[in-house]
Design a protein around this ligand. Structure first.
Ligand code: FMN
Length: 203
């Protein structure tokens, strides 16, 4: 058990968000396995309030990119507070999002706020918490498979409902960009907090 916990820690500590992707294809079965892993996540009253919309079609990606970049432009040029822009600087992000077209897969995770069955509204519980956990499972599974992932959150994201034909009871939660890093990919030089900064051990 100790070895497994150490090995998993080592594996997860090697994960880095990648923003430069190659267009090299990824075996579809790997993606399926990872999404099935995400679907095993715990959820409020086991409602499993999520859908994972998988996009590899270049035409769909070609619609998503300009719509996302239009939101980014508004964010960077007027909506974002100065402090947020300053915090973003070390990451080197901006309004251009080429990865939305170059990466072989985009996975748009939708949170099902409620659902309608036979005219009745069925409630889901702790939707954000549940979908957040499933997203974490998915990121870990993709990383374990050797894939690079970017957690991407244009804001607002409702344009994704329209492009992907998803109903209004499902809210876009996060876009995962998935593939292999490009040969010249770089990652920001950032670090994680040490254990004693995050663990509060009560005596
Ligand atoms: C909820 C959430 C939203 C994020 N949104 C974006 C985003 O829109 N664009 C981006 O480039 N990175 C985004 N990231 C990635 C973070 O910037 C990244 O995880 C953080 O800088 C730590 O780097 P690491 O993932 O390499 O540890 C997001 C991450 C999370 C968890």
């Amino acid at each position: 058990m100790l070895k497994r916990s150490r090995d998993f820690k080592e594996l997860m500590l090697k994960r880095k968000t990648v923003r430069d992707f190659s267009s090299e294809d990824v075996d579809f079965e790997i993606i399926e396995n990872c999404i099935q892993t995400a679907g095993s996540a715990p959820s409020g009253v086991n409602k499993q309030p999520w859908h994972f919309v998988l996009i590899s079609n270049p035409e769909v990606k070609r619609k998503i990119r300009p719509a996302a970049e239009a939101e980014e432009k508004k964010f960077y040029e007027s909506k974002a507070p100065e402090e947020w822009l300053k915090d973003l600087q070390p990451l080197g992000t901006g309004t251009s999002k080429p990865f939305l077209e170059t990466a072989p897969y985009l996975i748009v995770i939708f949170a099902e706020k409620y659902k309608k069955e036979n005219g009745k509204t069925i409630k889901n519980y702790y939707v954000k918490e549940s979908v957040g956990i499933a997203t974490g499972f998915l990121i870990a599974a993709l990383h374990n498979a050797g894939l690079a992932v970017l957690t991407y959150t244009p804001s607002p994201m409702e344009f994704l409902n329209e492009i992907l034909g998803m109903p209004s009871n499902e809210k876009p939660f996060i876009v995962l960009t998935v593939g292999y890093p490009s040969e010249d990919a770089q990652v920001p030089d950032i670090s994680k907090k040490k254990l004693d900064e995050i663990l509060i051990r009560l005596k």
